[in-house]
Design a protein around this ligand. Structure first.
Ligand SMILES: Cc1ncc(COP(=O)(O)O)c(C=O)c1O
Length: 458
């Protein structure tokens, strides 16, 4: 039974009239703005185009907004909805747990099964601790690495996003100046960040093993951890160059540094074993979240058992009132059962539908004659307005024309296709070949309308 068979039947054509109304969303946004800055509860949504929409419901590959407009959704809550919206077995598992209690401050069978399954699935995982969000799990991983090495500094990469905590929210988008040791100047990405943290951060460009070697050699015995997205997903979608991850793996081993993969996006998405499974390079620790529980807030840190030892003794603090909360664990177990069930063929479906979609969009872009690059994997890729034929790091990513992308997205939305404001497309196992074909048609139409509108602007 393929997951395509589980997808909801959609009778209405997704192509919607160009005069579709977003009045309901517009009114709600104005109301929300009176009590909530920007009208949204996470700044990522400030950048949604043409403005943040209000959603009524989701099912399978579809979302319906409060104005009744239907979209094929490729935002997927920025990653968690790997099985599509409202996946029935997960919803039923959560409902069953809700009737048994919400939170106990005690252990459950569910959390044992969830941890055992993760240990089975993720190559680096011998031990696991759960949190609620990726941001927390990253903090846990960094603490574990510092405790294990007795060192303070952490190497991060330009253009990677490892959550919104002060310790890592540096050099996500802002270009910076190079230093002689191969690093670049740390730049905080928000007002109000604790600047003292910058003292312990070393930043460099990603996808160049020589830079990592140079920095690790220059700061020998000071660096506790290297943390990276193994496939960049927050500045476009940029795969590692062949051999890059293995080179960094070897360098970390040589310099006694803990290698942490931030698999919050890639985990359970790019393959059952995440990027580490797909690309065959095993970190010491990884953090995961998003897709692991199909929309319930569950994240965690996993890795070598020896690194977790002092958490077990209490010498290294890891905590959280809501950690391993039973409804989240129920969602996690139900999700992991599906991901490992060959009858669902989750990864085969995403590979097949996503390849058709990504390659079809690339062909539509080529036919349009516009400078549009489609880059990434079948289950997560990016479209950007750029004349580059490949983007290999943040320096390439920032050359793309973001204002053009923002002007383009509403044309797509009007044709019933929703993508993230930064041009990322996520696929779910509920998307079908028919969805892909409708989307390619909508994309071609949107490019045409965009070209016309741009002509009028000029
Ligand atoms: C790669 C990566 N790491 C960490 C995070 C933070 O996760 P959360 O939003 O659950 O705190 C995100 C969120 O998008 C992410 O993309």
């Amino acid at each position: 039974m393929s997951t395509e068979a589980h997808a909801v039947a959609h009778d209405a054509a997704t192509t919607v009239p160009a005069d579709m109304s977003w009045d309901g969303s517009r009114q709600r946004l104005e109301r929300a703005k009176r009590v909530t800055p920007g009208g949204v509860h996470t700044n990522i949504r400030l950048y949604e185009q043409p403005f943040p929409l209000f959603i009524d419901r989701g099912e399978g590959s579809r979302l319906w907004d409060v104005d009744g407009n239907q979209y094929i959704d490729y935002v997927l809550a920025n990653g968690p909805m790997l099985l599509g919206h409202s996946p029935r077995p997960v919803v039923e598992a959560v409902k069953a747990q809700l009737d048994r209690g919400l939170l106990y401050a005690a252990q459950t069978d569910l959390e044992i099964e969830a941890a055992e399954r993760i240990v089975e699935i993720l190559p680096c995982a011998e031990n696991v601790r759960f949190n609620m969000t990726g941001t927390e799990a990253v903090q846990a991983a960094l603490r574990i690495a510092r405790a294990a090495t007795g060192r303070q500094k952490v190497l991060i990469f330009q253009g990677h996003y490892d959550g919104w905590a002060d310790s890592v929210l540096w050099n996500v988008g802002t270009p910076s100046t190079a230093r002689p040791d191969g690093s670049i100047e740390p730049v905080p990405e928000s007002q109000g960040i604790e600047l003292a943290v910058g003292r312990d951060l070393i930043v460099t460009q990603w996808n160049d093993p020589d830079l990592v070697e140079s920095v690790l050699a220059a700061h020998r015995d000071e660096i506790a951890a290297v943390i990276m997205e193994p496939i960049m997903g927050n500045s476009g979608v940029i795969p590692p160059r062949p051999g890059y991850l293995q080179a960094v793996r070897d360098l970390c081993t040589r310099f006694g540094v803990v290698l942490i993969f931030d698999e919050i996006i890639t985990g359970f998405r790019v393959g059952q074993g995440g990027a580490q499974g797909r690309l065959g390079v095993t970190p010491d620790l990884c953090v995961f979240g998003k897709a692991v529980a199909s929309g319930m807030p569950v994240a965690g840190v996993a890795g070598r058992a020896d690194l977790f030892a002092e958490i077990g003794t209490g010498k290294v603090m890891h905590a959280g009132t809501f950690n391993s909360y039973p409804p989240g664990m129920a969602a996690c177990v139900a999700t992991l059962r599906i991901l490992t069930d060959p009858a669902w063929d989750v990864y085969g479906t995403m590979e097949r539908v996503g390849t058709r979609l990504r390659d079809g969009l690339a062909e539509a872009a080529r036919m349009s004659g516009l400078d549009v690059l489609v880059q990434g994997l079948p289950m997560v890729f990016n479209t950007s307005f750029t004349s580059l034929t490949e983007i290999v790091d943040h320096r390439g990513a920032i050359q793309s024309d973001v204002p053009a992308l923002r002007r383009f997205i509403p044309h797509l939305l009007r044709r019933g296709v929703r993508i993230a404001g930064r041009g990322n497309w996520m696929l779910s196992a509920a998307h079908t070949i028919d969805d892909a074909d409708r989307t390619i048609e909508a994309f071609a139409g949107a490019l045409e309308a965009f070209r016309e509108a741009e002509g009028k602007r000029a």
